[in-house]
Design a protein. Structure first.
Length: 122
């Protein structure tokens, strides 16, 4: 039987790795990686998942829901209360696109323009 793959890291392109890492650190409570710098920053989780942020010259943020600059992927976060989570993340610097595809989840964008979803369990 082939060995299983274990997801160990997700890395996002961005113009400012330290700023985007700070946003996600405040949003998730993940711990900053000690070797983060201006070109590559990271956060680590309790189960070993690493969330990285790498500087990209001439970065162009995704245009959601317009696909002229496609999102390519997005992150989903489980929350207990959509309104509370949205308000907290907007205060941290997230934005809320006008287009919302469902009343059962919320689409926000991080400070670098990456879309992500807030989803309630159940």
């Amino acid at each position: 039987m082939p060995s299983k793959l274990k997801l160990s890291a997700i890395t996002l392109d961005c113009p400012d790795p330290l700023a985007l890492a700070a946003f996600y650190q405040q949003a998730t409570g993940l711990e900053p990686h000690p070797r983060s710098d201006a070109d590559f920053a990271g956060l680590t989780g309790e189960h070993g998942l690493f969330l990285g942020f790498q500087r990209v010259a001439d970065y162009r943020p995704p245009r959601w829901p317009d696909q002229s600059v496609p999102q390519q992927f997005h992150l989903d976060f489980d929350v207990d209360d959509l309104d509370e989570a949205e308000a907290r993340l907007l205060a941290l610097g997230a934005s809320r696109p006008e287009h919302q595809p469902s009343e059962h989840w919320r689409v926000l964008t991080d400070p670098a323009g990456h879309p992500f979803c807030l989803v309630t369990k159940g």
